[in-house]
Design a protein around this ligand. Structure first.
Ligand SMILES: Nc1ncnc2c1ncn2[C@@H]1O[C@H](COP(=O)(O)OP(=O)(O)OP(=O)(O)O)[C@@H](O)[C@H]1O
Ligand SMILES: [Mg+2]
Length: 151
């Protein structure tokens, strides 16, 4: 079910939406027994990485978060009460969800201290837990993007 639909008019605005999600994530947790998985879907250039940059800033990550296209997975430490590790995964280049399982994905989603954000999450849909926070990005005009958050 869509819970929010937002149209942004610049990458800065998309980062701000990411920062707002960070504030909400810091406040409470969805499931205290598992990792939080944020699944991002949307075309090339629709703003997924840009959004994650805002999210990361909001979570206190100082390092610049880039697209992890060539490494598939990158982790950052968090010093929050609820989450201790931030994993940024880009599934774009995966040919099979199994490749993510080979990187230890099952253990990642079991650890309640992990916050896992996945770009091109539809490519690994089969192995995602049932409870996820799904966010869809759509290219509208040049600098306009639609962001829909599902629960
Ligand atoms: N409203 C907007 N929100 C987000 N990005 C925007 C917006 N308007 C323009 N842009 C530009 O669009 C591009 C979005 O790129 P970004 O890497 O975030 O997309 P992506 O969805 O991660 O793409 P990919 O699938 O290739 O990883 C950036 O160059 C950004 O500056
Ligand atoms: Mg990206």
């Amino acid at each position: 079910m869509p819970i929010t639909e937002i149209t942004t008019n610049s990458s800065q605005e998309t980062k701000k939406v990411g920062m707002e999600l960070a504030a909400a994530i810091k406040k409470d947790r969805v499931n205290p027994r598992r990792a939080l998985v944020v699944a991002l879907e949307g075309d090339l250039g629709s703003g997924k990485t840009t959004f994650i940059q805002g999210l990361a800033t909001g979570l206190g990550i100082k390092e610049n978060v880039l697209s992890p296209t060539f490494v598939i997975q990158k982790d950052f430490p968090l010093s929050l009460k609820n989450y201790k590790n931030f994993y940024h995964i880009d599934a774009y280049r995966l040919k099979n969800p199994k490749e993510l399982l080979e990187l230890g994905f099952k253990d990642l989603i079991r650890n309640p201290e992990n916050l896992i954000v996945i770009e091109w999450a539809d490519k690994v849909k089969k192995i995602l837990p049932k409870e996820i926070l799904k966010i869809k990005f759509t290219n509208l005009e040049k600098n306009k993007r639609k962001i829909i958050i599902y629960s």
